[in-house]
Each structure stands twice: as C-alpha cells, then as structure tokens.
Design a protein around this ligand. Structure first.
Ligand code: KG4
Ligand code: ZN
Length: 338
C-alpha cells in the first residue's frame, strides 16, 4: 500500500462527466464536461446523458492526467461513483473505471455520491471537526446528515417528496426559464423582492417537503395570469426572489432545528443548491447569530465534480476498503450505505 496514493476518480452519476486526480487528499486536477444538451428538454434525458458520457469520458480522463502532470502508470487506484444516480450514466463510469483498473492491475474503490458531496468540505481549508452537521441540497437529494467521521454518517432528516434543486428546476419550467433553473432564478432574484407568499410545509420532525410549495406556485401563477397574461414577464424578479426565499426559509428553519436538537455547532452545506447566493448568505448569517462554525465548499466543489469522489476514495484507500470486480451500479443508495 502506498502511504501517499495517487487516485484517479470518476463521477458520472447524472449529466456531468468529471475526472479528478488526487495525491492523498490533494486535488491535482478536476476536469468536468457539463452536458448542455438537456437544456432544451427542460430536464436531464437519461438516454442522452449516458451517450454523452460515453463520448466525453476518455477525453476528460486524458485532460485530467495532463493537467495533473501524472503518467497513467503512476495511478494507485481507480475510484468511481457507484450510486445513487441514473443507471445508464453510472454504467459508463463503472465500466470505464473497471476496465482501466484491470488493465493497470490496480484496485477499484466505490464511492457513494452523497458521501462525496459531504466530504467536499475536506478539499479546501478550513475543514470541519467531527461530528458536524451537513445539509446536502442537490437536484436529487435534500438531507440533514450527522457526520461522525469520514465514512460514518446518519440521516437526521430528509425531503419526503421533491428535492430543493427540483423545487428550483420545476419552478423554472413554470416560468419558462432554461434548465437547470437554479442559477437562473438565483441571478433574477437579486433584482427582486420577496413580496409573494406561498404555502409552507407543516412537518414537525427534521424531514422536509417541497411538493406543496410547487403546487402553491403553480396555482398562484395560474390565478395571476388569468388577470394579467404578462404577469410572469412583468414580475419575474419578484417571483424568483419570493420562490427562492421560500425554499431558503424551509431549509434554514430545519437546519436551525437540527442544531438545537443535536447541540452540534460545526455546520456545513453541500450539493448543487449550496451554490445559491441567498442560501449561502442566510446560512452564514444564521451561523454568525448562533455562534456556529460554518463551512461551504468552494463553488466548483458544490456542484457535481470528481474531486469530491477522490476525497472519499482516499479515505477508503487508507482503510483498504476496495471493491470486488463484480460490483454493479446502484441507482438508489442512502448516505450511510457503501
Ligand atoms: O449536486 P448537483 O450538481 O447535481 C445533483 O447531484 O443533483 O445539483 C444540481 C442542482 C440543480 O437542481 C440546480 O438547479 C441546482 O443544483 N443549482 C442551484 C444553483 N446552482 C445549481 N440552485 C439554486 N441556485 C443556484 N445558484
Ligand atoms: Zn450531486
């Protein structure tokens, strides 16, 4: 075993083909090919995503090696996202990783995508202390996780229906914005005020819900458009700001509740939606008021990337936790599985 391993990590769970090279927990390169082809369909088309991964994966691997100035023979292990994600997309990464590792005669390491979003906090400094709480908010997941060590975590609460990213993306569809709508709503909201109110979920524990909000926005827009067909174009900034404020408030209320319940004061946010400027500002402000130690990964490590896969892989490498060759993709995986 190499004490300072060089790991090639692959992320292909959804619509980003990403490859990173790490030496121990040091990211030497992190190259991502984002598929823009889905925008015109208003969401990720699984069949299209897997075909694009096939086209992208080899050039992205070559670029990552070149940027890291690493010879392929110097790789000690190949890591890949095993799930959760889209089956076709995962298959490309898993098959490529296995073939590469077999040809180099080196081990493979499976990585849980949700664990990786959380360990993105360990790429840059400052790094959180254990235990810490992490709110993981992405296009597919919304969870509050207690992270006890690098590879030991438990879900304290999660969405019972849509993910926070889905709430952004589905609202974007209603507003005829592009996909993914999160960044577009974020940008538009900066010019508006939160003057419209939407239904709030009533859930007592740490679980969350966003489908009621989506319905509430839909009926609100229908009613307003009946009175004024130009309602959306004339009020886009205020609508975006109001929707974003509702989503951020739901998330921050639950996070504050989780902190109160656990007494843990090291708190992070992760996942694609943690790139949202209002969420970041509200989180930091809440942390300041309540004396939390707050952590947000840098922007490039919030959305899907292979560097975060490499960090999990490094800790699994140290634990000698290698996968068998017959390992298969798993579309559904909880954060504490694998
Ligand atoms: O983590 P991620 O890249 O992929 C998944 O694992 O799902 O997250 C993608 C999600 C999308 O729903 C996208 O709209 C959202 O993250 N997102 C944002 C922002 N940037 C990305 N949502 C709100 N504001 C943003 N700035
Ligand atoms: Zn993700």
């Amino acid at each position: 075993m190499n004490e300072i391993p060089t790991i090639l990590a692959i992320e292909s769970s959804c619509d980003d083909t990403s490859v990173a090279i790490l030496r121990a927990d040091n990211v030497l390169s992190n190259v991502t090919a984002t598929q823009v082809d889905h925008a015109k369909y208003g969401g990720v088309i699984p069949e299209l995503a897997s075909r694009k991964h096939l086209i992208n994966i080899l050039p992205v691997v070559m670029e990552a090696l070149e940027k890291a100035k690493i010879d392929i023979q110097d790789i000690d292990a190949v890591a890949f996202t095993v799930g959760p994600g889209l089956m076709g997309s995962l298959i490309v990464g898993v098959s490529f990783a296995k073939s590469l590792a077999l040809s180099l005669n080196i081990p493979i390491i499976t990585v849980n995508h949700m664990q990786a979003h959380i360990l993105a906090h360990f790429i840059d400094n400052p790094k959180p202390d254990f235990p810490f709480l992490c709110m993981t908010v992405s296009g597919g997941h919304t969870q509050i996780v207690q992270v006890n060590s690098y590879l030991e975590m438990e879900i304290l609460g999660q969405t019972i229906d849509d993910a926070a990213g889905e709430a952004f993306d589905k609202t974007g569809k209603l507003l005829n914005l592009g996909y993914p709508a999160g960044p577009l709503i974020d940008k538009e909201a900066k010019k508006g005020q939160p003057i419209f109110q939407f239904a709030k979920p009533r859930i007592e524990n740490l679980d969350m819900s966003f489908s009621g909000l989506k319905t509430s926005i839909l009926y609100f827009l229908k009613k307003q458009i009946k009175e004024n067909p130009n309602f959306i174009t004339e009020n886009l900034a205020d609508i975006c700001c109001s929707v974003q404020t509702s989503i951020v408030n739901i998330l921050m209320d639950k996070l504050a509740k989780a902190v109160k319940q656990t007494g843990i004061k090291h708190i992070g946010i992760a996942g694609g939606v943690s790139a949202n400027s209002q969420l970041r500002d509200s989180f930091l402000a809440l942390g300041k008021t309540n004396n939390w130690n707050t952590y947000i990964p840098s922007f490039e490590y919030c959305t899907d990337n292979a560097a975060m896969i490499g960090i999990v892989a490094y800790h699994k490498y140290l634990a000698q936790d290698f996968a068998d060759w017959d390992v298969a993709p798993q579309t559904r995986l909880k954060v504490n599985q694998v």
